[in-house]
Ligand binder design. Structure first.
Ligand code: NAP
Length: 261
């Protein structure tokens, strides 16, 4: 199946690590032009140069996404170079463990700024460009924690649940422009973020074994590439009648009967 993504400009926030990096790499393989947005110039440039050596077009743009003006700047840089945006993948985030007991109102607010504020801000600034393209779309990478909770991480979970709400809200608001908006809810994907979270347990290996046992399909974690494939399918016009949906790419972890595990 040809996804028809050749030369499509696809912005990926948090694009040089974990799930975002996989989306960037797979988008490049499809002939799209991935835009790697992140706060480390060194890491963004390293990925951009690697992909260019392989013959792919792409661009790294530096932005601390909790700052609205840097979001706006990033969008302007993309438009200055390519003149268009076909898709926005809101992906950057950090499960920072700001809990009800362990956190504070100040840390809650700052985590919200780091986890959901830029989903809105990037969409807001990208919208005029998205409106000009046919079949453009927004993908919000959320998390199953937005529907299940996790415990000890109020701001992250509020953000993830909020992203699901925004997916439905924007799907409705953007119907007149035929801009599709969908969310992907991963559960357990081995990435630098996940590795960091695992290290908060006394015995990370034992914790990982326990988690794997509970994943119905294959008793294994989802790969970043599996999230990337779904992302690209949802961006492509092969899913042109799909909007406002939450897709759980999680090996059945969130919904299948607990009795089987
Ligand atoms: P990751 O490897 O840590 O990648 C996240 C990226 O986001 C990093 O490059 C990070 O930059 C960037 N980022 C975070 N806050 C930023 C900010 N304020 N400004 C600019 N960049 C920022 O994590 P991941 O596991 O791939 O997570 C990607 C998304 O998937 C997140 O939204 C996460 O909530 C979601 N998710 C992941 C899992 C999982 O199991 N891994 C499960 C459910 C949902 P730095 O590296 O410079 O910090």
């Amino acid at each position: 199946m040809d996804l028809g993504l050749k030369n499509k400009v696809i912005i990926v926030t948090g694009g040089y690590s974990g799930i975002g990096e996989a989306i960037v790499r797979e988008a490049a393989k499809e002939g799209a032009i991935p835009i790697i947005i992140g706060r480390s110039e060194e890491r963004g440039t390293a990925l951009e140069e690697e992909l260019k050596r392989q013959g792919f077009d792409c661009l790294s743009v530096v932005a601390e996404l909790s700052d609205a003006s840097q979001c706006s700047n990033a969008i302007q840089q993309v438009l200055a170079k390519y003149g268009r945006i076909n898709a926005l993948v809101n992906n950057a985030g950090f499960n920072d463990g700001v809990g009800l007991e362990s956190g504070s109102p100040e840390r809650f607010l700052s985590s919200i700024q780091n986890n959901i504020f830029h989903y809105y801000t990037m969409a807001h600034y990208a919208l005029p460009a998205l409106k000009k393209e046919e079949d453009s779309s927004i993908i919000n990478i959320s998390s199953k924690t937005g529907v299940t909770g996790q415990g000890g991480t109020s701001a992250y979970v509020a953000s993830k649940a909020g992203q699901l709400g925004l997916t439905r809200e924007w799907a409705v608001e953007l119907l007149p422009y035929k801009i599709r908006v969908n969310a992907i809810a991963p559960a357990e994907v081995m990435t630098p973020l996940y590795e960091k979270w695992l290290q908060t347990f006394d015995n990370p290996q034992e914790k990982l074994h326990e988690i794997n046992k509970r994943i119905p399909l294959g008793k294994r974690m989802t790969t970043s590439e599996e999230i990337a494939y779904m992302t690209l399918f949802l961006i492509s016009n092969k899913s042109m009648h799909t909007t406002g949906q939450i897709i759980y790419v999680d090996g059945g972890y969130t919904h299948l009967d607990r009795a089987i595990t």
